[in-house]
Design a binder for this molecule. Structure first.
Ligand code: NAD
Length: 482
């Protein structure tokens, strides 16, 4: 008896989305994908109706039922309180791992990096994308970076398991722990810790800035890269572009219960409606989806036909090069789709043939993240951020020094640099001052709030953070110059 088709949810998206989704679905059908697509409408159409998230409650029902989402790119409206739908879907469904393979197809797609075959595993839920952003003063905007132990452990383990399952040899951790010692420092410490369980896999660390530069100049040095959300966003676009076109990359967003598949690129409004977009990114995302639902034979058939089409020089405008001897025919979206469908069942003759092996529906299964170890937490002080555009740090210190009776004012910093006591006249300051009251002894929350209330009588208080020791270890960093 033939198997029932696998239900999947699809969204045609915005800009070039509908064009590349139609081409992708036609190719999937022609290749014999056993799927039952359910369409939901999300993105611009919903934003225009005033749905600030771009997705209606009813759409979640389909996603939670099928647990598999093939999504064309969405246009994120600028400003005005609209939320990025992509971020909302990833976070609501806990799609914690964004997997972005970036491969160069030399000599068929022009690239300066012919030997590139790397995979970026990007953390998808945390970091500066946590959405905690405020106007702190008249001139200062603040965005909080949130990195958790559980989130870091989950993505790092996923990267190692992915490497093992896909016969990859090395995992590189990219962070900026020389500057963000607590958040990125913890991410790297967890990488080192979990890495001990994967002795068969080579491990290395790069600071993100030189790491990003090396992805552009020496991508062949990398295999699997694991990194935080923002760094991953940036380096995966660099990597995709270095392969020859951002239009070539597919990506998967994996969670414990659901998965979403898409192109790396956006909705490309500059070429929308012209029928010239390269459908490859979404198609290769759909190939990842087929592997995820255990239809490896169909995934292989499409991927190999896709390689053959590229090898035969049938190229969309983004990768077509006039006068080189590999681009043979410049095609639009429809022409590319037809050429690929004609090649279903064929394999590339020069590039490596794809073999997805035995199906493992549902993808990697990871153990639960470690239970948090209970740590003794002691409140020993607080930072209070105040706004002043008229008073300097010395005056601020004078006015607030005696407002807290349980902890002395230890330091005032501005944009992370000490400005009191003994600030440097050359230091540029903003109107946002961080005043740190720190004791040797444990203090109470009551004391903190009473003190903050007193300080608020003198200056506008923009925020307060508690300074705690965890098992006697300081849970906060010092300012530059402290
Ligand atoms: P983009 O990726 O849409 O376009 C960048 C450049 O690449 C453009 O010149 C475009 O024409 C070209 N390009 C992209 N895809 C192509 C394809 N398939 N074929 C040929 N050329 C292609 O990036 P952008 O212009 O910064 O963003 C446009 C919109 O997309 C924004 O609203 C952004 O928020 C959104 N976006 C959505 C997603 C997503 O849905 N996952 C991802 C990134 C950006």
């Amino acid at each position: 008896m033939s198997q029932a088709p696998t239900p999947i949810t699809i969204a045609r998206g915005d800009g070039i989305g509908p064009e590349i989704m139609d081409a992708t679905l036609e190719i999937l059908t022609a290749a014999g994908a056993n799927i039952a697509p359910e369409e939901i409408v999300i993105g611009e159409a919903k934003y225009k109706e005033g749905v600030m998230t771009g997705i209606e409650d009813s759409a979640w029902d389909s996603l939670k039922k099928t647990k598999v989402f093939l999504k064309a790119p969405i246009t994120t409206p600028m400003g005005g309180g609209f939320k990025s739908l992509n971020v909302t879907v990833r976070k609501t469904l806990s799609l914690y791992a964004n997997v972005r393979p970036c491969v160069s197809y030399h000599p068929y797609v022009e690239t300066k990096q012919p030997n590139m075959d790397l995979v970026i595993v990007r953390e998808n839920e945390e970091d500066l994308y946590a959405g905690i952003e405020y106007q702190a003063t008249q001139d200062a905007m603040v965005c909080l970076k949130v990195i958790t132990k559980a989130g870091s452990e989950r993505i790092i383990r996923y990267a190692f398991e992915y490497a093992r399952a896909n016969n990859r040899k090395k995992v590189t951790c990219m962070i900026k722990d020389n500057i963000m010692k607590m958040s990125d420092g913890m991410f790297y410490a967890i990488f080192q810790d979990i890495g001990k369980e994967y002795k068969d896999i080579e491990q290395e660390r790069y600071i993100i800035d030189i790491g990003a530069a090396r992805i552009a100049s020496r991508p062949q040095d990398f295999d699997v890269i694991v990194t935080e959300n923002l760094y991953g966003d940036v380096v995966s676009d660099i990597a995709a572009e270095v392969t020859g076109s951002v239009g070539l990359g597919g990506s998967s967003n994996i969670g414990a219960h659901c998965a979403m598949f898409e192109a790396i690129h956006g909705s490309a409004p500059d070429i929308a409606g012209k029928g010239i977009a390269n459908p490859s990114g979404l198609l290769l995302g759909a190939v990842m989806m087929l592997v995820h639902i255990g239809q490896n034979d169909v995934a292989e058939k499409i991927h190999n036909a896709w390689l053959k089409t590229i090898e035969d020089g049938i190229h969309t405008g983004d990768i077509y090069k006039e006068g080189n001897d590999v681009s043979k025919e410049r095609v639009n979206t429809d022409g590319f789709k037809k050429a690929l469908i004609e090649r279903l069942g064929q394999k590339p003759s020069k590039m490596a043939v794809i073999d997805y092996g035995a199906p493992k529906p549902g993808g990697l299964v990871l153990p639960a993240v470690s239970k948090l170890k209970h740590e003794k937490k002691e409140l020993i002080g607080f930072d209070v951020h105040v706004e002043s555009h008229d008073d300097n740090a010395d005056t601020i210190a004078k006015k607030i020094k005696d407002k807290c009776s349980v902890a002395p004012l230890k330091i005032i910093s501005n944009r992370g640099v000490k400005v009191w006591p003994n600030g440097d006249a050359l230091t540029n300051v903003s109107g946002l001052y961080r005043c740190r009251f720190q004791s040797d002894k444990v203090i109470s929350y009551d004391d903190v709030f009473k003190s903050v209330a007193q300080i608020a009588k003198v200056y506008d208080v923009t925020s307060t953070e508690m300074l705690c020791n965890y098992d006697g270890r300081k849970g906060f960093t010092l300012s530059q110059g402290e």
